[in-house]
Unconditional design. Sequence first.
Length: 340
Amino acid sequence: MSDVNRDNTANGSIQVRGLSRTFHTTVRRPGFTGALQSLVKPERVAKEAVADVSFDVAPGELLALLGPNGAGKSTTIKMLTGILTPTSGEARVAGVVPYEERELNARNIGAVFGQRTQLWWDLPVRESFAILRDIYGVPEHEHRVRLGEFDELLDLSAFWDTRVRHLSLGQRVRCDLAAALLHDPPVVFLDEPTIGMDVVVKEQVRGFLKHQVEERGRTVLLTTHDMTEVERLAERVVLINHGRLVLDGTLDEIRRKFGSTWQVRATLADPHAPVEPLPGIVVLRREGPQVVFGPDGATAPTVHQALKQVIERYEVTDVAVDEADLEDVMRAAYVQAGAA
Ligand SMILES: Nc1ncnc2c1ncn2[C@@H]1O[C@H](COP(=O)(O)OP(=O)(O)OP(=O)(O)O)[C@@H](O)[C@H]1O
């Protein structure tokens, strides 16, 4: 291993450069003759699951990695957790090349794959936690303090004497999240962590993740199909489709580019006050004291900036906003990116 892999200044950062992964699979031809042919002369096909993807995640940032089914999100995460080796390109996680130094990488990361568990199926949760404590060499005092914190945020103690196989999905994923963070890793990978959960548990998990980013400074790379989750947790998103990166930007930038369909409805204190367009904002309608402002093409500000401009410029007695929801915005982004 080269010294550059142990770059301490990179603590918590993720760097992905030209990352690619091709899978080779054997095609099974239909019917009996086809099966015989496949045995004698197997037909191999190549699938480019991830192709030349580059992005960065800063320490303490939560980035949502989005894309339709089969886009290459899980394959990307598997390379960053060291489970898969790329066909070409390079990645560094907290300064470590994950697929070259799997053990060192495992100390720096926590990972939760919503559909699988890393806990011991036949053991009570508490014993799984104790095994992880021993594997990572976490001092008993630290272990207890961290479990206490996780219990406070995730309500684990009600079921941590239960065998993992008897937990409900929501209970199991909460335990998996705690297990992934027990060794205090700076970087966390979450592949659809809230899939299949009810809204209450989803909110609890999101609150926990927010706390881990904002209070503990962890770097999180999250995949999800749930736009409420993106809205609630992420400031920046990367969109991939057919293995290729098609978009990398903040939610504000993406909204501006694909979803400038907001309206700001203001009631003016003076019903006869003259109104005029503001930078990037046009007047859509006026009826007495009621004025409706809308975005002016490519120069339009975000709805939050527009609201600020309107309030600063006019004396208003009431103001309301209608905003395109993120689901609509991302649909527009997918369509323009050829992803839908
Ligand atoms: N081990 C494998 N062997 C062959 N092909 C694979 C393998 N793993 C993934 N693929 C293919 O690579 C592509 C990307 O899959 P991946 O699981 O990364 O997508 P995803 O974006 O995570 O999808 P989803 O949102 O459905 O979970 C898919 O076409 C998938 O069939």
